[in-house]
Write a protein that binds this ligand. Structure first.
Ligand code: PMP
Length: 404
């Protein structure tokens, strides 16, 4: 029955971690997977998460009953407020609402499934545009939901190592009307380059002109600037300008809750009745897909955001993470410069968020792998994989890779 099933290619970023784990070298560095690491190179459970979990452990009111299909109500409300702002007009007008999802990927999956079934009079040939480059799963998720016309829009200017804003706008203005565009809300993965506020306004204008539907993938709110309000600029801008929009939030990175799979799909519609109808359809999608979401991560996030003291502690924890990344950017930049490694490395300090698109090419990446340094062949590195103790080793090897 299954004799003709072909072996699928491994998922690159997970394979990289497996290769890293299997490597017995004393000195080795994993710059692949997008997870925060301390300066000791260890995973970090946020102290605020530890405190909330300690409280949960002794709370007699907690049980393992099913959550509602759409998820934990307090979590959905607080997550929606976090991205749109408490005083968002859309929230006050009851036309913005959240749906708990299986982390950011699950939010994208729900968005894709909902759009495939109901967007634009159920037009199945709607083109879906992702940035070039992007986090590859966006394409896979939308394809799996049924979309067949996946396209890319220009984003990265490889020569100047910055945003190709002109190219991006051209591609938007040339897109068929009512196309769907997926934007990274902040801290673009993999380039670490975001549009400025002014450029976002230009992007919104192009969306209006072509009736483009924006989907915002927000996996790093708070991780870029250290301030979740600042990182919510693009989402709030679209809502303030009157767009209907789907926003996919992940709490994997900003709460360090990677394996708890906690996310939220914020739906913003023109009016309250439309939101109710759309949410009722998402409810049916979820019911048939996984019935209802898990509790733990949502409870941690909701308990944190609902309590001013915990929320402040979370903001401090976020700041710890984003500052360490910024410090590693500075250190990498200054060490490469001090060593005289050929090339202009200013993009390392200009980029933001967890990742840096180094500009290292595939053969340089291969070279580094032989020195037990693991990164994606695109040259993307997770800045958190660098520490004050392994920086020297990394810089020496980058220097050799570039000069060899
Ligand atoms: N979108 C982007 C751009 C991402 O980088 C990630 C994480 N790698 C996600 C969504 C979703 O991640 P998760 O499902 O773990 O929340």
């Amino acid at each position: 029955l299954f004799a003709d099933v072909e072996l699928a290619a491994p998922v690159v970023v997970f394979q990289l971690t497996a290769d890293y784990n299997a490597d017995n070298a004393d000195k080795k560095i994993n710059l692949g997977v997008g997870a925060y690491r301390t300066d000791e190179g260890e995973p970090w459970v946020l102290p605020v998460v530890r405190s909330v979990e300690a409280q949960m452990a002794i709370d007699p009111a907690l049980n393992h009953e099913y959550l509602p299909i759409l998820g934990l109500p307090s979590f959905r409300e607080l997550a929606t407020q976090l991205i749109l702002g408490k005083d968002s007009r859309a929230i006050l007008e009851n036309r913005a609402g959240g749906v708990q999802s299986i982390s950011g990927t699950g939010a994208l999956r729900l968005a894709a499934e909902f759009l495939y079934r109901y967007y634009n009079k159920r037009e199945k040939s709607t083109p879906v545009y992702v940035s070039s480059p992007t986090w590859g799963n966006q394409t896979a998720v939308f394809k799996n939901a049924g979309f067949t016309d996946m396209r890319t829009y220009r984003y990265w200017d490889a020569e100047d190592r910055c945003l190709d804003y002109k190219g991006m706008l051209e591609d938007m203005l040339n897109a068929p009307e009512y196309s769907i565009f997926i934007f990274h809300g902040c801290a673009h993965n993999p380039t670490g380059v975001d549009p400025t506020h002014e450029q976002w306004q230009g992007i919104a204008k192009a969306c209006k002109e072509r009736n483009i539907f924006p989907v915002l993938d927000c996996a790093y709110q708070g991780f870029a600037s250290g301030d979740p309000d600042v990182d919510a600029y693009s989402a709030r801008m679209f809502v303030d300008l009157g767009f209907e929009v789907l926003i996919c939030q992940s709490f994997a990175k900003n709460f360090g809750l990677y394996n708890e799979r906690v996310g939220n799909l914020t739906m913003v519609m023109h009016d309250a009745p439309t939101l109710s109808r759309c949410k009722s359809q998402v409810e049916l999608i979820i019911r048939a897909m996984y019935s209802n979401p898990p509790h733990h991560g949502a409870r941690v996030v909701a308990s944190t955001l609902a309590n001013p003291a915990f929320k402040q502690e979370w903001l401090d924890n976020l700041h710890t993470m984003s500052s360490r990344i910024k410090e590693m950017r500075q250190l990498l930049h200054s060490k490469l410069r001090a060593k005289g490694t050929p090339g202009n490395w200013d993009h390392i300090i200009n980029q933001i968020g967890m990742f840096s698109f180094t500009g290292l090419n595939a053969s340089q990446v291969q070279y580094l792998k032989k020195r037990h340094i693991y990164l994606l062949s695109s040259g993307r590195i997770n800045m958190c994989g660098l520490t004050t103790s392994n920086m020297e080793y990394f810089v020496d090897n980058v220097h050799d890779a570039v000069t060899n």
